[in-house]
Design a protein around this ligand. Structure first.
Ligand code: NAD
Length: 495
């Protein structure tokens, strides 16, 4: 059977209503209330999720704490934890297609991308941190001979993890794998619009041998479940990926409760800077279009501001508009769709609002920006390129999180740096130039967590992902992520 037939075979599979995963068992929420999971593919109800209450969150945190104290996981020898995490990676890989199709039905990402970026990278993430477990040592401090200073790296306790609806399995794994690797317990809250694959992951973890209570998955609204986790007095660390508005609240919740450590991975308005001496403008246009339009622009690192040196501006606009127009937007479960569905009706309406606003503020819509395929009941729109965008316009400042590209011309390297940095965000960026010195100067000058050079996207687990400025603090991926999930303890001996 070819891959498309296999996908088609899974696309209508019945999805039972979902419960909460607490203390190793599926449990109903205490109120019995539910939330409908709507598929952006056709706008129909896929299934229902349990709408958890504060009391349910409390049960989950208590299960996490009890598991941590019991030590079956937190004090398991590193080789044992490694074995379980490797097994999780194996099961994810064995079920990759099933998980990818389930995720696409839930949030609309095109299946080609979902296969790579969801189960593919989730499995790679579990494997990476499994392999790290027995290669991390404590320290002996360089002290005088009369004393001995040992620095232990310990698990923190109960980690609360709150994640968004884009790439839930990948981003969930970025939090879970390093947290579990270090021996913590986790209470995970998926987004309302994309909970299904993370509920499956809970089952996979249990099947792989993760002891009861170590991972708990609690579904529901941000304002109840998210807030209950973030204000809980017995959650030690909060890790979050999502919007700046919610990130801000989490810091307040921490201040109001137990001063838990809070690590935020937030939004971006990332500049993609193309100089006239870019090695290959055609390639720059294709890669840049993918860098903003794939997954309908619902990617935190999306290159949403295209800064182009004036002498190649018209050529670049024409090229990128050509690539955008040629992209196939449609059924995300077809391998030949370049762009799938927008994740929800609300997100689609928001995107269309940004299109209207960009035009009313003086932007020139070169291509795209309209809703299509409304007759399917699903949420689709054509990727849009806006020219003539100025710094004052909303499209140059606010994160849309949709398939809208703002093109801004510049005349000099200094001006490019000024525009690139004229944002509260600092997540990602790119520079296209054949001039090595300029590339290095730009890497130093741009205030962002990643500067791509002559490419956009595609980095792997070996490098950290984290924001500068208001794009967040802390990092996912790489060994640096482990810092969030560990506490240092000094043992000081008088000899
Ligand atoms: P969101 O902030 O609306 O929601 C994220 C999560 O927070 C959801 O689970 C939601 O239920 C929960 N939440 C909402 N209100 C809450 C509250 N009051 N208290 C606690 N939790 C609450 O974000 P979203 O729309 O799901 O995701 C899109 C955003 O995520 C974009 O801004 C995007 O840039 C960002 N993002 C960042 C990265 C990164 O690595 N920096 C990666 C992906 C997405």
């Amino acid at each position: 059977m070819n891959q498309q037939s296999a996908i088609d075979g899974l696309r209508r599979a019945e999805i039972p209503s979902q419960a909460l995963f607490i203390n190793g068992r599926w449990q109903q929420g205490e109120t019995g209330e539910t939330i409908e999971a709507i598929s952006p593919v056709d706008g129909k109800v896929l299934t229902t999720l349990a709408r958890a209450s504060r009391g349910d969150v409390d049960r989950a945190v208590r299960a996490g704490r009890a598991a941590f104290e019991a030590g079956h996981w937190s004090r398991m020898p590193p080789a044992g934890r490694k074995k379980v995490l490797l097994r999780i990676a194996e099961i994810i890989e064995a079920r990759a297609l099933e998980l990818a199709v389930l995720g696409v039905r839930d949030n609309g990402t095109e299946i080609g991308m979902a296969l790579r970026a969801e189960p593919g990278s989730a499995a790679a993430t579990f494997r990476y941190y499994a392999e790290a477990i027995d290669k991390i040592y404590g320290e002996i401090a360089p002290t005088a001979d009369t004393v001995l200073g040992l620095v232990h790296r310990e698990a923190v306790g109960v980690v609360g993890a709150i994640v968004p609806w884009n790439m839930p399995l990948m981003i969930g794994a970025w939090k879970l794998a390093p947290a579990l690797a270090m021996g913590n317990s986790v209470v995970l809250k998926p987004a309302e619009a994309a909970s299904l694959t993370l509920l499956q992951l809970a089952e996979i973890c249990a099947e792989a041998g993760l002891p009861d209570g170590v991972l708990n998955v609690v579904t529901g609204s941000g304002s109840v479940v998210g807030e209950a986790i973030a204000t809980h007095m017995d959650v030690d660390v909060l890790v979050f990926t999502g919007s700046n508005a919610v990130g801000r609240r989490l810091l307040e919740y921490s201040a109001r409760s137990n001063l838990k450590r809070v690590y935020l991975e937030l939004g971006g308005k990332s500049p993609n800077v193309v100089f006239a001496d870019a090695p290959d403008l055609a390639r720059a246009a294709t890669v840049s279009a993918n860098g903003i339009f794939r997954n309908s622009g619902q990617v935190c690192v999306a290159g949403s501001r295209l800064l182009v040196e004036r002498s190649v501006h018209d050529e670049m606009v024409e090229r990128i508009a050509g690539v955008a127009s040629a992209m196939t937007v449609g059924d995300p479960l077809r391998l030949d769709s370049d762009i799938g569905a927008i994740s929800s009706a609300g997100q689609l309406a928001g995107n269309l609002g940004y299109v209207e606003r960009a035009e009313s503020e003086g932007g020139r819509r070169v291509v795209g920006g309209e809703r299509i395929l409304a007759e399917t009941g699903g949420f689709y729109m054509r990727p849009a390129v806006f020219d003539g965008v100025t710094q004052e316009m909303t499209l140059a400042r606010e994160e849309v999180f949709g398939p809208l590209l703002a093109v801004i011309p510049f005349d000099s390297e200094e001006e490019a740096v000024r525009i690139a940095n004229a944002t509260e965000y600092g997540l990602a960026s790119a520079v296209w130039t054949a001039n090595l010195s300029r590339a290095h100067r730009m890497v130093r000058a741009i205030r962002a967590g990643i500067v791509h050079v002559n490419t956009y996207g595609g980095s792997d687990l070996t490098v950290p992902l984290g924001g500068h400025k208001q794009s967040g603090n802390g990092h996912d991926k790489s060994l640096h992520a482990l810092e969030k999930y560990t506490a240092l303890k000094t043992a000081w001996f008088q000899l």
